[in-house]
Design a protein around this ligand. Structure first.
Ligand code: KG4
Ligand code: ZN
Length: 352
């Protein structure tokens, strides 16, 4: 059950229609939510980055400028909501790429000011976590019970977060270098796979043997993690094998994908189990782009059965970047009167 925070929703219009806007990286997204019920969810990706093997910030902000108005119009239209019906506009303030964030921030500020409705800022990582509370027409509603532990794994961040309630989250572990998603993307690049690498590795790994190549796992004390050593050892391993056999990658691709994926997911799962032991929390959730990973999802379910956890795996659609998660974050802030100022500026790095 969602615990509605103590602050009463004074003079709040119920139901509340909230527009969410997400432009932190290379997806321009808008969504409309009625309380926590999702009415629309529109995402425009940016194919322009594919040929560069990664996101080019300048091109991302230009593409956001082109996409933002049609994407918002489509979100309103799909929801059957006019802009006059909106009660608030929520947007991602950070972390992310400055040029990308500025497009969403400026749009949201202008839109809220023009409609004379509250502006709400969302932290991108909080939003990934709160995606668990989205109710939709075509998926079961299975929100986590508080407090829960959320392994938040994306292209830029890897965090272990204790979630006491929607507005109270505490980071208890993090990567000390690369993010898990970055490890997937870099490994994929070494293998000559397209960006983003996570989905490509996931797909190929299905045909491979996860024990074919045992890569070393780092020993990092406490609940922190590291992925840069793994990336380097993978790079050197591939380089050395290619010297002996130029066709090494192509003849072993599924096994290589399955092995690197298995190592990344095992590092994450071991820390998640440690975090549950340390905190005593047994409500366990996943969030962020890497939570789309097939093995990650299966291993959480397996660990849940083994440890007697209640596990929460986000609907596939809310794992990678989207604006539905920003809209639900906006809803939680709306009912607490937690509004943003027109003077607030984007932040590129996490504040936690
Ligand atoms: O949350 P997200 O969409 O964007 C950030 O906030 O960074 O996460 C993107 C990351 C990328 O690194 C991508 O490779 C990874 O999530 N990812 C996956 C899968 N789908 C996306 N990693 C592993 N397996 C997947 N199926
Ligand atoms: Zn994200």
């Amino acid at each position: 059950m969602i615990r509605i925070p103590d602050t009463p929703a004074q003079e709040k219009k119920v139901p509340a229609y909230i527009l969410g806007i997400e432009t932190s990286c290379d997806d321009t997204a808008a969504a409309v939510i009625r309380d926590h019920y999702l009415l629309s969810n529109v995402i425009a990706g940016q194919a322009v980055h594919e040929r560069y093997g990664g996101v080019v910030p300048e091109l991302a902000s230009r593409a956001h400028q082109q996409h933002i108005i049609p994407v918002v119009e489509a979100a309103l239209q799909d929801a059957g909501v006019t802009k006059e019906m909106l009660h608030a506009v929520a947007y991602t303030r950070g972390p992310g790429l400055m040029g990308s964030l500025l497009v969403g921030t400026s749009f949201a500020k202008t839109f809220a000011m023009g409609l004379d409705i509250p502006l709400i800022e969302a932290d991108h990582l909080d939003a990934h976590i709160l995606a668990h509370f989205i109710e939709g027409p075509d998926h079961p509603y299975h929100p986590p019970e508080f407090p829960f532990l959320c392994l938040t794994v994306s292209g830029g961040h890897t965090l272990l977060v204790v979630v006491e309630e929607p507005s109270q989250m505490k980071v208890i572990g993090r990567t000390i270098d690369d993010a898990a998603g970055e490890a997937f993307d870099k490994a994929a690049k070494i293998l000559g796979l397209p960006y983003p690498g996570g989905p490509a590795i996931d797909k190929l790994a299905k045909e491979g043997n996860p024990s074919a190549y045992p890569f070393p796992k780092p020993r990092i004390p406490g609940l922190n993690m590291s992925f840069s050593g793994l990336k380097t050892s993978f790079l050197y391993f591939i380089r050395d094998r290619l010297r002996e056999d130029t066709g090494f990658i192509s003849s072993n691709l599924p096994d290589l994908c399955a092995s690197i994926q298995n190592t990344i997911v095992e590092i994450l799962m071991e820390k998640l189990e440690d975090a549950s032991s340390v905190t005593g929390i047994r409500n366990i959730a996943l969030a962020g782009g890497v939570s789309a990973n097939t093995l990650m999802r299966a291993m959480l379910t397996e660990a849940g059965t083994r440890n007697g956890w209640k596990t929460y795996i986000p609907h596939y659609r809310y794992t990678t970047d989207n604006a539905a998660m920003v809209a639900i974050t906006g809803y939680f802030k709306y009912i607490r009167n937690d509004f943003s100022s027109q003077e607030s500026t984007p932040y590129t790095r996490t504040t936690r």
